[in-house]
Write a protein that binds this ligand. Structure first.
Ligand code: NAP
Length: 489
């Protein structure tokens, strides 16, 4: 049964790209489904001097095409209020507080507040401080703060940021967004692992040969070049999305499927990441940057990118989680921009049967594939009997499940599910501080090892390929290869 939620959202960065492209449409979907009805309001704040009318028009533009009637869009947008505000200016929080209290009464919200920080990370601390010290938090409802990525750029900055936020908000009220955790097939990992004994029983070093995670993008850095130039693929994708996925794939079974139990197991898995020294980084990680190709410019030719930039737009690596069940299982990961195609998938490659009664070279590995994007579904590669008259031979077969159009139409988009969870107080799909800490600890060691070893050298790969050759060599050295090879037809 759909239960209506009472909440006041205060969106810092209400005029920005994230708010317009993701947050307003997601809130509208929650509204259409009845999770938000009468008792909610949204205050958008940013510096530009918009009126409420202008803001409401922007919100209607954001949801254009999603509404059933114009009246529905108007009713939804009538819950939105704009407050011009510089987050560095203490005085403005007083105006914001007055508006928040007024809307709380008007919509009978009972003090529930979500502070959504859709702004550059440099402002996260100051907003948390002001929200708390200027009396924007309530005594009679919940006060949850949602923080966008990136959460720091290394262990040191992440610790500083976390300490400053924790002065004002306890860990349980901090919702660190990793939008990959809102994706349907990422959410499906625990379901498949722990509700099927065929996988539950096999999910360990005895039966899994290796795991492969690919997050490939066909686009280049586009308008994010300014940010990306100082971040790179390791910080932008590995520290968060890839390591969160690794945690879900390697954690032990939670006692129950509750946020507290899931977080406990994810933290243990990330704590067990093998942290490399310099030699380990050299052996296990490959970095690349896209050159020109397919008629597209090289990374170094993009706006806001230094002509001699050493920033990595591609990274591949071999990761180990040294816990009792997964020790020794290589987890190959790769992510990059301007690759052959946009695709996110996870391939769990099982070991062959211990003895091949069918003769040499006939058995292919069993592979369980989670297809995350763009067409969510699953595949299982099995060996079966080939239909043949005069000989008994084995061929590879694929069991496929694709979430069809009807299911896909019901699938919550990433932010919609996450916003719903914030309203429910369900933290399972958000990163706990300890997860963030252990992820940065792992990533910092790689960055430091790479910087020392490479002295700034980086492999260029042609746009439209699947990255530098070293990414294939990494697996070949173990007698493996990438299962997902769109560059090979
Ligand atoms: P953006 O388009 O640049 O928006 C930034 C917002 O901050 C604007 O509303 C801007 O409005 C406001 N702002 C800037 N300085 C301010 C100040 N001193 N006081 C008050 N408001 C101020 O950025 P974005 O793309 O929405 O990204 C926001 C956050 O989400 C970032 O942390 C980003 O890393 C993260 N994120 C974004 C996406 C995405 O798809 N866009 C995806 C993942 C994560 P005014 O100029 O009017 O003040």
């Amino acid at each position: 049964m759909t239960s209506e939620q009472k909440s006041l959202f205060i969106i810092f960065g209400g005029t920005g790209d994230l708010a317009q492209r993701k947050l307003y449409p997601s809130l509208f979907n929650l509204y259409k489904q009845g999770y938000l009805k009468e008792n909610f309001a949204v205050i958008g704040t940013a510096r530009r001097p918009w009126t409420n009318e202008r803001y409401q028009q922007i919100v209607r533009n954001s949801i254009s095409g999603m509404e059933i009637t114009a009246r529905q869009a108007n009713e939804f947008s009538s819950h939105f209020y704009y407050q011009s505000h510089n987050v560095n200016d203490t005085q403005h929080y007083e105006t914001l507080r007055q508006l928040a209290d007024e809307l709380d009464k008007k919509y009978a919200i009972n003090g529930n507040r979500v502070f959504y920080l859709a702004m550059s990370p440099q402002f996260f601390s100051t907003i948390c401080e002001h929200v708390k010290t200027q009396g924007l938090v309530t005594d009679n409802g919940y006060n949850r703060v949602v923080i966008e990525k990136p959460f720091g750029r290394d262990v040191k900055s992440a610790v500083e940021l976390n300490d400053s936020i924790n002065q004002y908000f306890p860990e349980d009220d901090v919702y660190r967004i990793d939008h990959y955790l809102g994706k349907e097939m990422i959410q499906s990992i625990p379901a498949l692992r722990f509700s099927n004994n065929i996988f539950n029983a096999l999910w360990n070093y005895r039966y899994i040969d290796n795991i492969q995670i690919t997050l490939s993008e066909a686009l280049g850095v586009e308008e994010r070049a300014g940010y990306y130039e100082n971040a790179g693929a390791l910080r932008d994708m590995v520290q968060n999305h890839i390591l969160q996925t690794v945690a879900l794939l390697t954690m032990n079974a939670p006692t129950m499927y509750t946020d507290a139990d899931i977080r406990k197991e994810k933290i243990s898995a990330l704590k067990a990441l093998r942290v490399y020294d310099q030699a380990g980084v050299k052996q296990n990680f490959v970095f690349g940057q896209y050159g020109a190709g397919n008629g597209q410019a090289a990374y170094r030719e993009e706006n806001q990118v230094a002509p001699d930039s050493k920033t990595e737009t591609f990274v591949a690596g071999k990761i180990f989680v040294d816990n009792m069940s997964m020790a020794g299982v290589p987890i190959y990961v790769r992510t990059g921009k301007r690759l052959t195609t946009k695709n996110t998938q996870i391939d769990v490659v099982f070991k062959n049967a211990p003895y091949n009664i069918f003769g040499e070279d006939q058995l292919k590995r069993n592979i369980l594939t989670f297809k995350v994007d763009p067409n969510p579904g699953m595949e299982l590669r099995l060996n079966g009997k080939k239909v043949d008259f005069d000989q008994y031979s084995i061929q590879s077969m694929h069991l496929k499940h694709e979430h069809g159009e009807e299911i896909q139409s019901k699938m919550p988009v990433g932010y919609e599910k996450l916003l719903y969870d914030v309203l429910q107080g369900d933290t399972a799909s958000f990163s706990h501080w300890d997860e963030v800490y252990y992820s940065w600890r792992f990533v910092d060691a790689i960055r430091q090892g790479w910087q020392k070893q490479a002295e700034g050298q980086i492999d260029l790969y042609p746009a439209g390929s699947m990255g530098p050759k070293g990414a294939d060599d990494l697996l070949a050295a173990d007698g493996n290869q990438w299962h997902f090879r769109p560059d090979q037809g």
